[in-house]
Design a protein around this ligand. Sequence first.
Ligand code: 5AD
Ligand code: SF4
Length: 452
Amino acid sequence: MQARKKLYIKTWGCQMNSYDSDRMADILGPLGYDKVDVPEGADMIILNTCHIREKATDKVFSDLGRLRPHKDQKEKDGGKMLIAVAGCVAQAEGDFILERAPYVDMVFGPQTYHELPEMIVKATGERVINTEFPANSKFDSLPGAHGSRSASAFLSIQEGCDKFCTFCVVPYTRGAEFSRTVKEILDEAYNLVENGAKELTLLGQNVNAFHGEGPDGSVWGLGRLIREIDRIEGLERIRYTTSHPRDMDDELIAAHGDIEKLMPFLHLPVQSGSDRVLELMNRKHDAALYRDVVARLRAARPDLAFSSDFIVGFPGETDEDFEQTLGLVRDVNYASCYSFKYSARPGTPAANMKTALVRDDIASERLARLQTLINEQQRTFNQSCAGMTIPVLFERKGKKTGQIQGRSPWNQSVYVIAPDRLIGCILDVNISEGFENSLSGTVAIGEEYAQN
Ligand code: 5AD
Ligand code: SF4
């Protein structure tokens, strides 16, 4: 019998990348590869990269530099270490990587990793680059999702994006918008729930643009898909991310009103509160549309909490534009947000715009002001949970000994002192305190869980 081989995967970026990394491990399992936690001595190393923001390529090269001695050592010991660069940096800069890092054996993008078995065979004789957008979807040949046996699992339902926001690399690295069929998604959903998932997060770069073929040949939207997934017995929570405000249709808004399993938390990026900047960003909506969508969603589900992404210092952004962003944040009142300073991404329209760049110190100052406001809102939201009893899905051990960590319906991290065997359960927790980034409390049932 052949010895099992060691596979080390490092994942950067979004949840789609985590999903892809799990699928790569699923493909490589039957070829004899088991996942390990350290790169030393591995037979295969995959860097699954992200290109969305600045310095992505630099980070990959510095990691590659660190891996090189491990590869040399492995060869000295008579073994072989294959190094692969995957994901969006590979898609965007494949040739450059092969040129600059001669010890990299394989480069492949997010749409071709299902060809890993063939690529590995090929890589024994030559260096492999595979950054096509193949006509046949990777989903046609991927094995069912097994990688994640946790209580909370990701399920990719849609990929790519046709929105072409002027700052964003996604339409170039992930390709055109594409939806999986309803049957494929349901098969995978049932499989994940059978394997213990209580929560499914439906993933896509523009997930609510989902328009998959239904069993009857008609096109289903995300609202209808969620209604069907809601019927899966044993599944208790449904989430989806990331959405575009323009694709929030009536059916999906209604689903938030009457599907209890659909969790009351929505990541709905707006990027800016200024119509002028939204136009420059080619977001295809104005601030009024965003506010209206938020209001309609809140009317459907009053306890719905929102998060968003913001970019500050976009070329041409004035103080007045930035004030409008702060105004929108105040009005919506977010539960949490991500905010970034604009960075030009090579190949995107904004990188070539003639509009005046915002001075870096001004952009930094705006970012700090925005983050102060966002942190305040987040702390207030978390503090408002103190004294409540809320269901928490426990996912993993906490940072401190004896502690376990879970998520509230509003996606907050919740820490309690309780035995590890409760990981995977949904239990009521009495929240004692809310902090800026988390909640703490005690499990409501049975004194034995409260302290030990
Ligand atoms: N500069 C700064 N932030 C960016 N994002 C995407 N592209 C850029 C860029 N060029 C942010 C957006 C997006 C999130 C995933 O990353 O806010 O929603
Ligand atoms: Fe990028 Fe999202 Fe805009 Fe698509 S909708 S181009 S993924 S920011």
